[in-house]
Structure formats: C-alpha cells, structure tokens
Ligand binder design. Structure first.
Ligand SMILES: O=C(O)c1ccccc1NCC(=O)[C@H](O)[C@H](O)COP(=O)(O)O
Length: 267
C-alpha cells in the first residue's frame, strides 16, 4: 500500500471506531434516508440524456492541497446534475479531502441522481452509514482491502441495495473483482508519486471482466479523452479537480458537458 493510503486507512480505523460509539447501527437503521429507494449508477451512466460523467465535489486532496474551499455543495452538485452528470461523487472524508457526511446529505436533499459515497471503506459500519445518509453507491479501493473483504463488503452493500464501484490501480488487483462488484474503476493517479496517466485506463480496459461497467478515474481534463475512453469500452468518467479548481465549478461543468455533447453529436 502507498504511504498516503496506509496513513489514511490507519486514521479511518480510528475515526470509524469513534463514530460507531457515538451513533449505533440501530440508530443508522432508523434514519429516514435508510429506507429510501436507491438509484442505479449503472443505468444513469448509459442513459441517453446523461453524459457518463460522475462529477466530484472535493475541496482538497493529499496531492493538491486546497483545491476550492469557497463553493457550496448544493450550488455545485445542483449544476452538475442540471447539466447532465450521470452521478455525483461526494467526498465524506474530512481530514484529507475536507468533506463530510453533511456534504452528502445536503447533495441528496436537492439531487435525484445517483450519489457515490467517496471515502475509504475499511469497516461494514461505513456501508450501513452510507445507506443512512442517502448514498446509492460505495467505493471500495482494492489496494486497501483483501480479496475476502471486497467480497464481503460488496455483498453487504448489495443486501442494502447499494451498488459497488471497485477501484483498481493495477492488473494484479483484478483478482479482487467479486460477484457483487457492479463497476470497476481504473484510477489513473499513482498514489505513491501522485502522477496521473490516463494510459493506465486504456491498458487495463481489455482485462476488466465483460460483465462489469468500466469507469475511468482521475486526471481527465479533455472531452476528446472521454471520446477515446468510450471507444475503449468505458461508460463512466470520474472527474473532480478539473471542475473544482475553477472559481465556478458549476459553470466549468456546464461548458465541459456542452462541449462533450457537441463532440458526441458530430461523431
Ligand atoms: O486525489 C488525491 O490526491 C488522492 C490521494 C490519495 C487517495 C485518493 C486520491 N484521490 C481520489 C480520487 O480518486 C479522485 O478524487 C477522483 O478519481 C477524481 O480525480 P480528479 O479528477 O483527478 O480530481
């Protein structure tokens, strides 16, 4: 595991242990959102009226520090939705990404498209919590989990009607793709050096099992790259920094989605 991931995972174990004592599982199960009918990201990614973009709300990151801490979650996610995002990715990690559970709850209040809880899941408690705060999809990171944990966590998520995005960084991690994984994401960011290389998505695409929806993650800044990734079999494109680093991520998304739709129409 890269140094930064090992540090985040160690911190996450402490944080979850603390949260579990403050809010019991039974309390999560009593939350109003816990019984909400979830939305399918797989379906929204291929809906003709949507762009395939999973648009991320992220204030800061270990690789970039502060990206944008001046904007409001509802302003940004509302625009992502309005201008054709297939899904929203909302960071709920506080220490490293400046996110919170409240951010996801606020995004849920105004958006009726799938929401990915973007966090470092190390315990089943976080999956039940994801359901209780209104998420539709959870992220599992292959590098942080054993093959058995991926299978178990994915099953727990499915039992709660949540979809599962498994993030991989290498061909070896494909060994962890379990039956209950719905989508496989290739993260183009090397978490040791923080360099991004979209070629990683192109290299790993043919190796991803055909029954899993393919998602390319990180470092996407150009609509032409999305068109090439689509040709390589990707249906989902997770993009954060390219929008969030602008003073108005909402307007940046509107322009980008417009360009993408224009390019796609001319194919
Ligand atoms: O972004 C980081 O610095 C980072 C560091 C350690 C673990 C994960 C990290 N990023 C999470 C992501 O995967 C991205 O937020 C997501 O794929 C969007 O990427 P981008 O469009 O490059 O913001």
């Amino acid at each position: 595991m890269s140094n930064i991931l090992a540090e985040i995972v160690a911190q996450k174990h402490k944080e979850v242990a603390e949260r579990q004592t403050n809010r019991l599982v039974q309390d999560l199960e009593r939350a109003t959102l816990f019984n909400r009918k979830t939305l399918s990201l797989k379906s929204f990614l291929v809906a003709p009226t949507r762009t395939g973009i999973i648009a991320e709300f992220k204030r800061k990151s270990p690789s970039k520090g502060i990206i944008n801490d001046m904007v409001k979650v509802q302003t940004v996610t509302g625009a992502y939705n309005r201008f054709g995002a297939s899904g929203l990715s909302v960071l709920t990690d506080g220490p490293y990404f400046g996110g919170s559970i409240d951010d996801l709850i606020q995004a849920r209040e105004i958006n009726n498209i799938p929401i990915l809880r973007k966090d470092f899941i190390v315990d089943e408690y976080q999956i039940i919590e994801a359901k209780a705060i209104g998420a539709d999809v959870i992220l599992l990171i292959a590098e942080c989990l054993t093959k058995e944990q991926v299978a178990q966590f994915a099953k727990t998520a499915h039992d709660l009607d949540l979809e599962v995005l498994l993030e991989i960084h290498s061909a070896e991690q494909l060994d962890k793709v379990a039956k209950d994984v719905d989508l496989v994401g290739v993260n183009n960011r090397d978490l040791t050096t923080f360099t991004v290389d979209v070629n990683r998505s192109f290299e790993l695409a043919p190796l991803i099992p055909a029954d899993k929806v393919k998602v390319a993650e990180s470092g996407i800044t150009d609509v032409n790259v999305i068109i090439s990734l689509k040709k390589a079999g990707f249906d989902g494109f997770l993009i954060g920094e390219h929008f969030m680093k602008q003073s108005s991520p909402d307007k940046a998304f509107e322009r980008f989605a417009g360009d993408l739709q224009h390019q796609l129409a001319s194919l």
